[in-house]
Design a protein around this ligand. Structure first.
Ligand code: F0G
Length: 482
């Protein structure tokens, strides 16, 4: 995809696939968008899809599937135990990751539940490059806590650094020294680090982490949910890996991890998940929880059709033409927004384009949820649904204090192979307009606040009547346009 040069010098990502099944979209008028976001309590999770134009909430479970994946789903072998479909998936996992033992689970957080219950005890520490919402919640629920050992550059929103998801080896050693190796449940490395803007770690960094873990006999757990993006960035940004194939890079990463788990809602473009390892002892320790929470060992809560799709999807992930589509579209969107002065996370990562709400609406204090307010404003202005990744996504501590997030981001996810370039241009146009009118945006306040994972179903209200004013300005500038 990236190697195609345009005669007139345009820098346009070119798709290496064609669209053969489509879904009709609605773009409802701004008055309806305003009513819809109010009904949803300014929480984009609570919007109805019928009111959404471009659904950039997430890539989870909504990546486009290939003709080969759909075909494979037609010949699934449905049985509770010993299904041929499961054997195929298990063999594909072994082929790609070279791990003998595979445990299926219905999605990524189910793997996190099983791993946390198996390894985390009260007082356990889990060092990691950066937390993900569900991974942290499972560790905390089991009485443990997270120590983030990300390099400082990782939290620098505008940077040129290619591997902002790297672990700081000195910080990791200091954490081991502080708590003692026996308190450490495992080290978690998240590929395509989600909450800091889909940023990768390098293979070299993973090697260094492995070395420290060998010295202290610690278990390395790789969250491979966003592995596809991380593979692409290693291939294109890490000089020593330029001559390695995607399969070789995958294998090198896999050899450095004791346990790999993934959400197949992301990796493999289907719906499901699983855990794999080469270590029989670890396998036996984890195995008993699978039938208890997920289902028998040969389906783990997944339908056989999805397992067939995952098998093909994993294989297709080894194709650079497939895994570069997301990052290249994201880079395009990021650069176009930058041209309009819109503050975004750089370098562009995987998963989605991330707006820096702290700069976009710098007049809104963090306890009025700048990223949440921006999510609401973007929806009103465009019908594009993004996801708040800031203070709203944090959880209050046991005293009710609200931790302020390190970053206030609005994530505009780019599900793989789903949107066209003109749709991305539309999103850029409306966000550019919104940036010019950013002074109209004001904060939000909770009116219903759940204790756990409040961002999923909490409801908020605008602190002043800013949304009506924003809609009026839209009408003044765009006339009768949708
Ligand atoms: N790990 C990472 C890095 C993730 O991004 C996710 C999900 C999970 C684990 C959990 O997997 O959803 O299958 O249970 N991320 C989704 C998102 C929800 O929108 O970023 P899951």
């Amino acid at each position: 995809m990236s190697d195609v040069k345009f005669y007139y010098g345009d820098n346009v990502p070119l798709e290496m696939h064609k669209v053969r099944i489509i879904q009709k979209l609605n773009l409802v008028p701004i008055e309806r968008r305003l009513a819809a976001i109010t009904e949803a309590g300014n929480n984009t999770f609570l919007l109805k899809n019928r009111d959404v134009f471009l659904d950039m909430l997430t890539d989870s479970g909504v990546n486009a599937m290939s003709d080969k994946q759909l075909a494979a789903m037609m010949e699934a072998d449905d049985s509770y135990a010993g299904s041929e479909t499961f054997t195929k998936l298990e063999s594909k996992i072994e082929e790609i990751f070279s791990k003998k033992f595979f445990l299926p689970a219905h999605q990524g957080r189910a793997c996190e539940n099983i791993l946390a219950q198996s390894f985390v005890k009260p007082g356990s520490v889990v060092p990691m490059n950066y937390h993900f919402t569900t991974s942290k919640s499972h560790i905390v629920l089991n009485g443990g806590f997270v120590e983030e050992v990300l390099i400082d550059e990782g939290l620098n929103i505008n940077s040129e650094y290619p591997f902002k998801g790297n672990i700081d080896i000195e910080k990791l050693k200091a954490v081991i020294k502080k708590y003692g190796a026996d308190k450490i449940a495992f080290i978690r490395l998240e590929a395509g680090t989600n909450l800091i803007g889909g940023q990768p770690f390098s293979l070299e960094n993973m090697r260094e982490v492995r070395k420290v873990c060998d010295d202290f006999q610690l278990t390395v757990v790789l969250d491979a949910s966003l592995l596809a993006d991380n593979l692409y960035f290693i291939k294109t940004r890490e000089e020593s890996c330029q001559n390695m194939s995607i399969r070789e890079i995958t294998r090198a990463m896999s050899d450095l991890a004791d346990i790999i788990y993934f959400s197949a809602r992301k990796l493999g473009c289907a719906r499901g998940g699983g855990i794999c390892t080469d270590n029989e002892q670890l396998y036996l320790k984890i195995r008993e929880l699978v039938p208890l929470y997920e289902g028998f060992l040969t389906y783990g809560g997944m339908s056989v059709r999805e397992m067939e799709a995952i098998t093909v999807g994993l294989d297709e992930t080894m194709d650079e033409d497939m895994i570069n589509q997301g990052p290249q579209f994201i880079a395009y969107m990021t650069q176009e927004l930058q041209k309009r002065g819109v503050p975004v996370v750089t370098p562009p990562g995987g998963l989605g384009c991330h707006l820096n709400a702290m700069a976009f609406v710098e007049h809104i204090p963090q306890n009025r949820y700048p990223a949440g307010a921006l999510a609401s404003a973007v929806f009103v202005a465009s019908g594009v649904r993004g996801m708040e990744r800031g203070t709203m996504s944090e959880q209050r501590d046991e005293h009710g204090n609200e931790p302020l997030s390190n970053m206030e981001l609005l994530r505009l996810a780019m599900p793989r192979r789903v949107f066209t370039l003109s749709q991305v241009k539309y999103a850029v146009d409306r966000i550019g307009w919104l940036y010019e009118n950013r002074q109209l945006i004001d904060g939000l306040t909770f009116v219903e606040e759940p204790k756990i994972l409040r961002f999923f179903f909490g409801k908020l209200a605008q602190v002043t009547d800013w949304q009506t004013k924003l809609a009026a300005k839209f009408r003044a500038d765009f006339g009768e346009s949708l």
